[in-house]
Design a protein. Structure first.
Length: 159
C-alpha cells in the first residue's frame, strides 16, 4: 500500500469517540510526565467547568439536531446521511459535535494544568479535520450538491 492509498484508507476509519478517548489519554499522560502550569484553583476550576459545559452543550445539541430530523449520527458512514442538518447549533458550526470534543479536551487540559496537552488538542483537530471532516464534506457535497455548497459558504467548519 503506497502513501496515497494509506491516507485514503485512514479516512473515516477511526471512530471519533475512539479518537477522543485516545486524546484524553494523551492529555492525561502529558499531565503526568511534563511540567504543569500554575493556574490558581479559583481560575482553573471555573474555567475547566465552563469549557466542560460548553463541550457538552455542543455535543448534545448536535446529536439532538440529528435525532430530530432522523438522520444518521454514524461518523464512519457519512454517505448514509439522509438530511442536511442546518438548524439549531448547525447554524454556528458545521461540526458542533467535534467542536464539543475539542472543548472537552481543553477542559481536561485546564483541569489537569497540562499546557502541553494543547499539543494533543491541536493534533486532534488536525486529525479530525483531515481524516473525518474532509471525507464527510466530500460525501455531503456529492449527496446534497449546491445545497451543501451554499451551507458551507454561510457556516464555518469549526466556529
Amino acid at each position: 500500500m503506497d502513501n496515497v492509498d494509506m491516507i485514503s484508507w485512514l479516512e473515516t476509519r477511526i471512530p471519533p469517540l475512539l479518537l477522543l478517548l485516545i486524546a484524553v489519554l494523551g492529555v492525561w499522560w502529558l499531565a503526568l510526565v511534563l511540567p504543569q502550569s500554575s493556574l490558581p484553583w479559583w481560575l482553573r476550576q471555573p474555567l475547566a467547568v465552563v469549557l466542560l459545559l460548553t463541550g457538552l452543550v455542543f455535543c448534545l445539541a448536535g446529536l439532538r439536531a440529528f435525532r430530530r430530523v432522523g438522520t444518521t449520527v454514524n461518523p464512519v458512514d457519512p454517505e448514509a446521511a439522509s438530511t442536511l442538518v442546518r438548524s439549531g447549533v448547525y447554524r454556528l458550526s458545521r461540526n458542533p459535535m467535534y467542536l464539543g470534543f475539542v472543548f472537552l479536551l481543553l477542559a481536561q487540559a485546564v483541569w489537569l494544568q497540562a499546557p502541553f496537552g494543547l499539543v494533543v488538542v491541536a493534533g486532534f483537530i488536525a486529525w479530525v479535520t483531515r481524516f473525518q471532516i474532509v471525507p464527510e464534506e466530500r460525501a455531503l457535497r456529492q449527496r446534497f450538491g449546491d445545497e451543501f455548497t451554499a451551507y458551507c459558504a454561510g457556516v464555518r467548519r469549526w466556529l
